[in-house]
Design a protein around this ligand. Structure first.
Ligand SMILES: Cc1ncc(COP(=O)(O)O)c(C=O)c1O
Length: 394
């Protein structure tokens, strides 16, 4: 009887995706705070600022007046037009609104894109280190994530030769690129991005470009893959630049041929993206001045960290090009960044994310610091960690 019940309720193998270690860090930080301690949060990958006031005002108006029913599966037409217009404003080239699909965050976009592009068993190349849900969503969908190691020589992007070598070993069907990337914050120069897309597409490897951190670039301008090839699928979101993580709204720029299949998937999987969030997202484009001010805050935080971290011995980190992440090599202090992060939280009150979340191969040597908080917090974090490491600055 017990055996039968077990068979009935046992979870599927595909649901056996790993958890996020950062959630453990957040839970430990919450315990310290509940006991009256103060923690500086550099573990969470989300803006501290709220959505643009234009988005909030549009949502309030919609709540008091509109009937918030379902929308078209591809999204509210005026929002799709506005997103297409964003490509003209931001990158200076036009995208047909018919190619825009509104999604539940970029996370929802990945599920739709992967389902529309790949069969179970297909092999998809990903950069290591990288954002863990790429591999976890792919494996839950029955695809095979293939990690390609990146290094300083190629500014932590997948080199074309490594992609080709893996493809020759066993054919790849897809490639996910992110610039700026999470956890590294590194970006690909436009020429490198173009070269990688050309090499992939010449081999019929389909490219997905995660552009969620576009707008948050400090060292070099971000190029969109949509300009480089009409065959790539671009994934983007209102979560980061527009500070709207909890609103769960993002978008795809899809090749025409994929739009109808994605529409059918969306109709069946979600019907449509929350209407209130779509209305707010459309108005968010009118709040760019506020978001630029938030971005200047990240720039200042980045400047503080770049100047102060080397003074406390944290002088080995990847190029801090974009997003709001600094990925630091802590191997001179530890061979176990989970333990290091735990002690840094308990003893210095600074929370950061162990690299193992993003890199199953070398993550024990790295910590990711998010600098999406306040400048005062950045200064205090450096002072606390410096003291803890016995390397006080001044
Ligand atoms: C690289 C990257 N892609 C996608 C996402 C998912 O974001 P959302 O679903 O909120 O758009 C995140 C979130 O942290 C991310 O870092």
């Amino acid at each position: 009887m017990l055996e039968k019940a077990k068979r009935l309720i046992s979870p599927s193998l595909r649901s056996n995706v790993p958890p996020f270690i950062v959630m453990d860090v957040m839970a430990a930080a919450a315990r310290i705070e509940a006991a009256g301690g103060r923690v500086i949060h550099m573990e969470v990958g989300q803006p501290a600022a709220s959505a643009p006031s234009t988005a909030l005002a549009a949502a309030r108006t919609a709540l008091s007046g509109s009937y918030l029913g379902y929308t078209e599966a591809l999204g509210i037409p005026s929002l799709r037009r506005r997103i297409a217009g964003h490509y003209a404003e931001q990158y200076g080239f036009s995208v047909d609104p018919a190619r825009i699909v509104v999604t539940t965050g970029s996370s929802g976009g990945f599920i739709l894109a992967f389902l529309a592009m790949f069969e179970a068993g297909d092999r998809i190349a990903l950069a290591n280190p990288g954002y863990p849900p790429y591999r976890h969503i792919l494996s839950a969908l029955g695809c095979e994530p293939v990690l390609i190691q990146t290094s300083a020589e190629t500014r932590w992007a997948i080199p074309s030769e490594a992609l080709l070598a893996e493809h020759r070993r066993k054919p790849l069907k897809g490639l996910v690129i992110a610039s700026p990337a999470n956890p590294t914050g590194t970006m690909m120069e436009a020429a490198a991005l173009r070269a990688l897309i050309e090499v992939a597409e010449a081999e019929s490897i389909r490219v997905i470009s995660d552009e969620i951190y576009h707008g948050l670039d400090y060292a070099l301008p971000a190029e969109t893959a949509a300009r480089l090839s009409p065959n790539t699928v671009v994934v983007n979101s209102f979560s980061k630049y527009f500070c709207m993580t909890g609103w769960r709204v993002g978008w795809l720029v899809a090749p025409e041929v994929l739009v109808r299949p994605i529409e059918r998937l969306q109709q069946n999987l979600a019907i449509s993206v929350p209407t209130l969030s779509q209305i707010a997202a459309e108005a968010a484009f009118d709040g760019r001045d506020e978001m630029e001010a938030v971005k200047h805050g990240y720039e200042e935080n980045r400047r503080i960290l770049l100047e102060a971290l080397p003074k406390i011995g944290l002088d080995r980190f990847l190029p801090v090009d974009g997003a709001f992440y600094l990925y630091a090599d802590v191997s001179r202090f530890t061979d176990d960044s989970i333990d290091f992060a735990k002690r840094m939280l308990e003893q210095a009150g600074v929370a950061a994310t162990p690299g193992l979340d993003f890199d199953p191969l070398h993550g024990k040597e790295f910590l990711r610091f998010s600098y999406a908080g306040s400048a005062a917090d950045m200064r205090e974090a450096v002072a606390r960690v410096g003291k803890w490491l016995g390397r006080e600055t001044a």
